[in-house]
Design a protein around this ligand. Sequence first.
Ligand SMILES: [Zn+2]
Length: 248
Amino acid sequence: MKYINKYKSPNYNSRKKLKIKLIIIHYTALKNTNEAISFLCNKEKKVSSHYLIGQNGSVYRLVNEKNRAWHAGQSYWQDCYDINAISIGIELDYSPYGKNNKFSLSMLASLKKIILKIQKKYKISKSNILGHSDIAPFRKKDPGKNFPWQKLLSAKILLKFNNVKKSDIKIIEKWFSKNNINSKKRIIIIALSLLGYDTNLVSKNHKKYNKLLNAYKIRYLSEIGYKNNKLLYNVLMKHLFKFMLTKT
Ligand SMILES: [Zn+2]
């Protein structure tokens, strides 16, 4: 894997010895690679990422992996509020409104390579390859509804759970009912929380609940019609079952 080391961002600080556990995927929402480089390397913007991948597949290393790049902002995953300290951030030169509104094959090829490399190096779990919208579902949409998560799944980068059986879902459902958790909404919230999502305020705040559901649907249900909450429930139960099995 060839990196371009010509541009460096000053926007980072120390991880304070925290271990790298997550990979976060973003899009820049800027016009092109040049704009993205100037933005991410501008001291006044106070944002950065470890890597930026251009439409042609070029990979720019803007911040050393050992440092805490500023890409996640206010975020949360599995009891952690300082996502920058425990993650590697990858920006894609993509804007839903620009000429760069496609996730090009070269870009995706580089993305897969780089994720596989980082995953192996830090032993990152398949459940911890996330989008910005997973860790900040109430304020961020990137990498967006057109990002092909399916391609990362087929490259064996992500946790596969579509092969979970109906009888396995029953095991999860039994567990919920044994613990007197019977409302579908509560089951959904607890499942999302176990997976890592921020569910802190969603049970009382309907707007937030819908935003969280949307973040999950965009990522996991985009291929099978993501308006349906019953589908979401089934996918979520399969996901939780597989997640519990593979949790280390
Ligand atoms: Zn982002």
